[in-house]
Design a protein around this ligand. Structure first.
Ligand SMILES: *Cc1c(COP(=O)(O)O)cnc(C)c1O
Length: 496
């Protein structure tokens, strides 16, 4: 049996479904499994499995209080025609690397991989635990999570979803996707502040006992769609296992040989999923963290000091504009030999002075990781060079990873084949992509940019883009970041 407990308190254990329902622990910690189950499928069999079969093979050992029928139902409901590629996550070779395209879901970014299944895991979990409360999903987003969660939860019975995003911290397409969201149970609010402000206030609401009591009295229960929920993290493990099978199938490696992964990183969820895959026994050699100019993680992995006291930089890869990477707490817990007191100390230091430093022995435990970053000019040059050598168009997040993949290879001479997590469709960030491959184009309306990108890439519009062009705005609230709790209370009609 795999049970879960908080990174800040090992005492209280929960089943998988209870941990999914809670999202974040009452002490502010993140739920971690008591052990990482091993992959019980032979590596040479992986190439024969569909995405759905792979997902089941991975998730059944983590979510072992779900019945086979429940879990297979969740998987089938998530990974269906919502995805515009029958293989769900195709692996595409370009310029010597393998791009794992995780953007074929309904919002054309990789968050769909987890957020299309989370609502099903959550409602199944509620049923299993006899909960009759209405689930309120509270989410802070730097752009992609919000929309993917809104699509996942829209009109799901017995749920409401409230999304906060930084007014000036998301792309035009991302904003339009969110403010046009349909569904009677969806609420979208922008704040005057950055993503970290939004995330901090959401975390504070989760930790507010008085608020929890009033929610309870009103028949509500908070849950989280952020990547801190294990119901998001674990489904992401599946695509690394799937990618490995596809690498074998395409002849890039033989079964048993290693691959490296390079992951454009923000909140540390995606790369942590790769690490879990490695711990399950998947032959991943290096886990390469790729950051943009907000390179707090690069500095941490290089020096052992995590220091958020620095300017927050707005880049062309907004989903990685993050100074506090929530999921790092889970790795830190493993680095600290699963000592909750150590995590409490680090997290208090982070809260109070914005900085903590790990010991050399702890740092040694993270030696499977390598971290580097790409600046804005490098991102742009990378998009252009891949387009000119191979005709393959990538988005700025993926370009951060492609650049770091090249600098990793140049620095280490490691010839292990590389899988790059391709986290968004270029159609989601047309301005930055056009600035890179067609600088003459200059400014244009969203429609003009999309049209030009279609000409250059030769890739048809995904359904998400077609719909966006005709959607009307349904949400237009802007508030100060310290008004977030008031906003939630008024949406839910809570009384003091
Ligand atoms: C969220 C996101 C990332 C960062 O992923 P994390 O799991 O937060 O590290 C990278 N690229 C895109 C396009 C994203 O939406």
């Amino acid at each position: 049996m795999t049970t879960y407990h908080s990174t800040r308190d090992a005492g209280n254990t929960l089943t998988a479904s209870q941990a999914i329902l809670r999202g974040i622990a009452p002490d502010g910690g993140l739920y971690v499994p008591d052990h990482i189950p091993s992959l019980d499928i032979a590596l040479d069999q992986l190439a024969n499995l569909t995405y759905q079969e792979t997902a089941y093979a991975v998730m059944k050992n983590f979510f072992d209080d779900f019945t086979e029928e429940e879990l297979k139902h969740c998987i089938a409901a998530a990974y269906d025609e919502k995805f515009d590629d029958a293989t769900i996550a195709p692996l595409v070779k370009a310029d010597g690397h393998y791009y794992l395209e995780l953007f074929h879901g309904p919002t054309i970014a990789f968050k769909d991989m987890a957020l299309s299944i989370l609502p099903h895991l959550l409602t199944t979990s509620a049923k299993k635990n006899g909960s009759t409360k209405e689930i309120v999903i509270l989410t802070a987003t730097s752009g992609d999570t919000g929309k993917a969660a809104l699509v996942g939860f829209a009109d799901v019975p017995n749920t409401k979803i409230i999304v906060f995003y930084p007014k000036n911290g998301v792309s035009a397409i991302q904003e339009k996707q969110m403010v046009t969201q349909k569904g009677d149970n969806t609420y979208v609010v922008s704040i005057d502040g950055n993503f970290d402000d939004a995330q901090t206030n959401v975390k504070n609401m989760f930790g507010n006992a008085d608020l929890a009591a009033r929610l309870d009295a009103a028949g509500y229960q908070f849950s989280s769609a952020n990547s801190i929920n294990i119901g998001r993290l674990i489904p992401q493990v599946a695509y690394y296992v799937y990618a490995y099978g596809q690498m074998v199938k395409q002849g890039a490696i033989a079964a048993g040989e290693p691959m490296n992964v390079v992951v454009p990183t923000g909140n540390f969820g995606n790369i942590l999923a790769a690490y879990f895959a490695k711990q399950m026994g998947l032959p991943i050699q290096k886990l390469v963290i790729a950051s943009n100019e907000n390179k707090v993680l690069v500095d941490f992995f290089q020096t052992g000091a995590y220091d958020r006291n620095r300017d927050f930089i707005l880049t062309t890869s907004p989903s990685m504009d993050i100074l506090v990477s929530s999921n790092l707490e889970r790795l830190l817990y493993l680095m600290a030999d699963e000592n909750p007191q150590a995590i409490q100390t680090f997290m208090n230091q982070l809260k109070e002075v914005g900085r903590y430093e790990v010991t050399a022995a702890m740092k040694e435990k993270a030696k499977d990781f390598y971290a580097d970053y790409a600046n804005e000019a490098e991102v742009s040059a990378q998009i252009a060079s891949l387009y000119h050598t191979d005709g393959y168009v990538i988005d700025p997040h993926t370009a951060v990873a492609a650049h770091v993949a090249n600098s990793y290879t140049a620095e280490t001479n490691d010839a292990t084949p590389i899988v790059i997590a391709s986290t968004a469709s270029p159609y989601k960030f047309p301005q930055a992509v056009l600035d890179a491959i067609d600088p003459e184009f200059g400014d244009g309306t969203m429609e003009e940019m999309l049209e030009r990108l279609r000409e250059l890439s030769g890739v048809a519009y995904p359904k998400a883009i077609e719909e966006l062009l005709h959607a009307e705005v349904r949400h237009d609230t802007v508030i100060a970041s310290d008004e977030m709790q008031d906003s939630v209370e008024s949406i839910l009609g809570l009384k003091r």
